[in-house]
Design a protein around this ligand. Structure first.
Ligand code: FES
Length: 322
């Protein structure tokens, strides 16, 4: 029986041997340092099989739920298929279900996928164009309720992926996806805990996924969703979110527009920092550009938020649809 599969290669593993030792013996250049489960530099993800509990000690609830583990302290007893932590995993096929404009430069892409693509709301997938170009996008859909995955994609004039999406994609078109990736998910949040979801631009997509997941699970604590944009048009789900707040008493939507001087004018990070006052108890989800996420993380931590309660996925350029 093959106990260990790395990407698609079967790796021999000796009785009692840990996964990191087996990878290194097979001449796989796996990152590592302490070799005792402390530094987490060797982290991998099991895409099939369950790592033993001892190999997940010290990881967050979200990481555990998603199969992340530490190979240096992992002696598997049942088969595992693993990939490096930052790798999206196996490719699978998807078919365009629909593509429509949410604003001048943001499209909503819905894809039908095969049942092997298991994800949690708030994670990312890699969209792969015909020429092999890959870009990561966050998932706004809910696997328990949607038969498709939903992505919000900002189109950039002249961007290769943007061109592919705008010119080539239409309902019925086949393409490849890989993933999922990312740990910005609801797992580990207490149902009575306040939640603050803060994002800008299409960083709203994963926050929508997490918010829907929380509401579906009957989250009882307050949920505040902050969405920032440069222009009013960038609040591309404004009306939908306003309507949703009328249906859920614990949901609040706080939009902010940089170029506006009206009641919704201003910077989203400033608004969130002004409103949030139970920092040590709040579960934070931050999604947006590096600058926004970095600033929020730093200030929230300095003001008393728990680092363990700050979940974030920086929106890399790939996520912006170039
Ligand atoms: S090498 Fe440090 S945790 Fe595995």
């Amino acid at each position: 029986m093959t106990l260990l599969t790395y990407r698609e290669a079967a790796i021999e593993i000796e009785p009692g041997e840990d996964v990191l030792s087996a990878l290194l013996r097979a001449e796989i250049d796996a990152p590592h340092s302490c070799r005792s489960g402390v530094c987490q530099s060797c982290m991998h993800r099991a895409v099939e099989g369950n790592p033993p509990a001892a190999a997940q000690q010290g990881l967050s609830d979200a990481q555990k739920a998603l199969g992340y583990f530490l190979p240096c302290v992992c002696v598997p007893e049942t088969p595992l298929t693993i990939v490096p932590a930052r790798e999206a995993g196996a490719r699978s096929e998807a078919v365009v279900h629909s593509i429509d404009r949410l604003s001048d430069d943001v499209v909503r892409l819905r894809l039908e996928h095969d049942s092997d693509f298991a994800y949690r709301p708030g994670q990312l997938l890699e969209l792969i164009a015909d020429d092999g170009l890959g870009r990561h996008y966050s998932l706004a859909s809910l696997p328990e309720e949607d038969s498709f995955v939903e992505l919000h994609i900002r189109l950039h004039p002249g961007g290769r992926m943007s061109r592919f999406i705008a010119e080539e994609l239409a309902p019925g078109r086949q393409l490849h996806i890989a993933g999922p990736l990312g740990t910005c998910i609801y797992e580990g949040v207490d149902p009575d805990q306040p939640m603050a979801l803060i994002g800008s631009g299409t960083g709203l997509a994963p926050l929508i996924g997490v918010m829907r997941d929380a509401l579906r699970r009957g989250h009882r604590g307050s949920i505040r969703l902050y969405h920032g944009a440069r222009e009013r048009e960038g609040l591309y789900l404004h009306d939908h979110l306003e309507t949703l707040t009328k249906r859920h008493a614990n949901l609040r939507y706080v939009p902010r527009v940089l170029s506006d001087s009206g009641p919704h004018g201003g910077d989203v990070a400033t608004a969130a920092l002004e409103h949030e006052n139970a920092l040590p108890h709040t579960a934070f989800f931050l999604c947006g550009g590096e600058k926004l996420v970095g600033r929020l993380k730093r200030v929230l931590f300095l003001k008393g938020a728990s680092l363990k309660q700050i979940r974030s996925d920086t929106f890399l350029p790939a996520g912006s649809g170039r």
